[in-house]
Design a protein around this ligand. Structure first.
Ligand SMILES: [Zn+2]
Length: 231
């Protein structure tokens, strides 16, 4: 793909539409007013911009609830999520309540993993576009591990099975932080990108929200063998 074309098209891998709108990465809705100046934008087609907006608030709400008792998670939930709960005929509230059940001492809200996967794939692709100045090639497979949703033992086993440690090369290729730290030095979102420059192999992205909610995205190139496939 020539550079001129790469600069005009949508950030989403494999999408050939023109990037006629701007997509914020991470989403604007994650940040209190006044902390948005630090955000990055990528060019996006209409579809890949609109697709995400419903997911954003759902994901933010779940992250805030699962990052508790983190200090800023509560603040962000109150400012960004709470006022939206009853919009559009209670859409967000109904999304969050879907499948909810009572547990000792409260209510558990099951997580819609498909929504999370969509969100984190889009976020990862946006970060790559910004960091590498090119869209992620469409022969990459993207998957995510949500360390906060399952027991530590499960997360560790899952990471081992995925061979995640071989993706870390120690030094991040890129590091970005978003949101002003408060008294406890808690940033809303930080991200580390590990891998080789120029899309020569696998890439690992470590996202952290409020310093505690960790998600690892693994971007694996599955047809990258230079020597060609054995017959
Ligand atoms: Zn697109």
């Amino acid at each position: 793909m020539d550079e001129q074309r790469a600069g005009m098209s949508c950030y989403f891998p494999g999408c050939n539409e023109k990037g006629t709108t701007k997509e914020h990465i991470p989403p604007r809705s994650f940040f209190p007013v006044g902390e948005r100046l630090q955000l990055l934008t990528v060019k996006s087609c209409k579809k890949h911009n609109n697709d995400k907006s419903t997911n954003d608030l759902y994901v933010l709400a779940q992250i805030c609830m699962n990052a508790s008792p983190s200090n800023r998670a509560r603040e962000v939930f109150q400012e960004r999520v709470a006022p939206q709960l009853s919009h559009n005929n209670d859409m967000l509230r109904r999304m969050l309540l879907k499948g909810a059940f009572k547990v000792r001492g409260g209510v558990a809200y099951p997580v819609d993993h498909a929504r999370f996967d969509e969100f984190f794939t889009a976020l990862s692709c946006g970060l790559i576009y910004k960091s590498q100045k090119a869209p992620l090639p469409s022969d990459y497979k993207v998957s995510h591990i949500y360390h906060r949703f399952i027991s530590d033992a499960d997360a560790e086993r899952q990471a081992l099975e995925a061979g995640i440690d071989r993706f870390y090369d120690g030094k991040p290729l890129d590091f970005m932080s978003f949101g002003n730290p408060d008294l406890r030095n808690e940033r809303i979102y930080t991200v580390e990108i590990h891998g080789l420059p120029g899309f020569q192999g696998s890439i690992t992205i470590v996202h952290k929200f409020f310093g505690v909610f960790k998600v690892t995205s693994m971007l694996t190139r599955f047809v990258s063998r230079k020597g060609g496939d054995p017959m």
